[in-house]
Design a protein around this ligand. Structure first.
Ligand code: AMP
Ligand code: TRP
Length: 342
C-alpha cells in the first residue's frame, strides 16, 4: 500500500556486463532519451548487479565506461539526466540490506530471471544473484522513483519492488513513505521495441550472450557489419503478409518487421501496406538501410566518447554526487524509521 504524494521521478539502470545492442537501445535507452526532456531522470550503470556473476575486473571497468558512452552517444545528456555508477552511491547497498529483511524468501523463489540465470546448478549460484531483485528495489526506492522504463522482461522485478515498498510502508506504519513504482513498458513508441528477438532464432531474445555473432546487432557495429547481419538474418521463404495478423507463427518475419516498425516510427500495419507481398529479398535491404541510418551514427559517437575515458569518468563522478544528495537523506530517514541509532 502507498499514499505517497511526492513528485514523479524516473529511474532506470542497465547492468554493466556486456556490449549494448539493438534490443537494449529499442527496449530501454531510447526511452531514457525521450524521458529526460519530460521528467526528472536518473540513469545508472548497474555494476553491483553485474558482479552477481563473475566479471573480470578490468573488463568490468571498461564495460561500465562503455555503457556510459552508449547512453551519451544515444542522446542522454549528463547535464539533463543524472548518470552514475551504482557502486559510487553507497545508499543503494545500505537500503538493499534493510530490504533483504523486508522481502520474503517465497517472493524471491518465484523470480523467473534467477531460475533462468542460475540454471540447473542453483546451489552454485552466488547469493547476490538470488537477492538481485532486492538490490533492484533499493536502486529504485532509494530515490523514491515513481516510474521505471524497462523492457518487458523486468516486469516481475518491478512487481517485487512494489511488494517491498508496500510491506515496508505497512510494517513501519508509514503509508506515504515509499511510492509503488510503475514500469514504463509502452512509452512513446507503443509496444514496438519492447522485445527484440535474436536475428538467428525468432523465439529467443536478442542478447549479448548469444553464441552466434550474427544474432545480435551491437551499437558499436559499423554500417558494413549491420548490413551483413541483416542479410544473414533468419527469415522464411514466404512473401510478407499485407496485415499484421499474417505474422503470427512467423517469429523471424515478425521480429524483422518489428525492428523496422520500431525504428521507422510507423505502425506494423503501415509497414505491411508498403511491403506486403514482397519477399525478404526486397525487405531486408530496406531494413538494413534503415538500421544503418539510425544506428551507425550512434556507433560513431560511441567510439569517439570511449576514446576519452577521462571525460566519461568526470561526468560520472558529478552524476554520483548529485544522486547521493537525493539518496543519502532517504537512507537516513529509513534508518530512523527502522530504529537504528542516528
Ligand atoms: P540487459 O542487457 O539484459 O541488462 O538489459 C538492459 C535493458 O535492456 C533492460 O531494460 C531490458 O529489458 C532491455 N532489453 C534487453 N534485451 C532486450 C531485447 N532483446 N529487447 C528489448 N529490450 C531488451
Ligand atoms: N535488472 C535490470 C536489467 O537486467 C537492471 C536494473 C538493475 C534495473 N537495477 C535496476 C532496472 C533498477 C531498472 C531499475 O535490465
Amino acid at each position: 500500500m502507498s499514499d505517497y504524494q511526492g513528485p514523479m521521478r524516473v529511474l532506470s539502470g542497465i547492468q554493466t556486463s556486456g556490449e549494448m545492442h539493438l534490443g537494449n537501445y529499442l527496449g530501454a535507452i531510447r526511452k531514457f532519451v525521450a524521458l529526460q526532456h519530460q521528467h526528472e531522470c536518473l540513469y545508472f550503470l548497474a555494476d553491483m548487479h553485474a558482479v552477481t556473476v563473475w566479471q573480470d575486473p578490468e573488463q568490468l571497468r571498461r564495460q561500465t565506461l562503455h555503457i556510459a558512452a552508449s547512453f551519451m552517444a544515444a542522446g542522454i545528456d549528463p547535464e539533463t539526466a543524472t548518470v552514475f555508477p551504482q557502486s559510487q552511491v553507497r545508499a543503494h547497498a545500505e537500503l538493499a540490506w534493510i530490504f533483504n529483511c523486508v522481502a520474503r524468501l517465497g517472493w524471491l523463489d518465484r523470480m523467473t530471471q534467477f531460475k533462468d540465470k542460475a540454471g540447473k546448478n542453483a546451489e552454485r549460484a552466488s547469493v547476490g544473484l538470488y537477492t538481485y531483485p532486492v538490490l533492484q528495489a533499493a536502486d529504485i526506492l532509494v530515490y523514491k522513483a515513481t516510474h521505471v522504463p524497462v523492457g518487458e522482461d523486468q516486469k516481475q522485478h518491478l512487481e517485487l519492488s512494489r511488494d517491498i515498498a508496500g510491506k515496508f510502508n505497512h510494517d513501519y506504519e508509514k503509508p506515504d513513505f515509499f511510492p509503488l513504482p510503475e514500469p514504463l513498458i509502452k512509452g512513446e513508441f507503443g509496444e514496438a521495441g519492447a522485445r527484440i528477438m535474436s536475428l538467428r532464432d525468432g523465439s529467443k531474445k536478442m542478447s549479448k550472450s548469444d553464441p552466434s555473432e550474427n544474432a545480435c546487432i551491437f551499437l558499436r557495429d559499423d554500417a558494413d557489419a549491420i548490413a551483413k547481419k541483416i542479410k544473414k538474418a533468419k527469415s522464411d521463404a514466404d512473401a510478407l503478409p499485407s496485415e499484421p495478423d499474417g505474422l503470427e507463427d512467423r517469429p523471424e518475419a515478425k521480429n524483422l518487421v518489428g525492428i523496422y516498425t520500431a525504428l521507422s516510427g510507423k505502425s506494423s500495419a503501415e509497414v505491411l501496406v508498403e511491403f506486403g507481398g514482397q519477399g525478404f529479398g526486397v525487405f531486408k535491404p530496406a531494413l538494413a538501410e534503415l538500421v544503418v541510418e539510425k544506428i551507425a551514427p550512434i556507433g560513431e559517437e560511441l567510439r569517439r566518447l570511449e576514446a576519452d575515458p577521462g571525460y566519461l569518468q568526470g561526468a560520472l563522478r558529478t552524476g554520483a554526487e548529485k544522486a547521493a544528495s537525493i539518496a543519502d537523506p532517504v537512507v537516513r530517514e529509513v534508518k530512523d524509521i527502522v530504529g537504528f541509532l542516528t
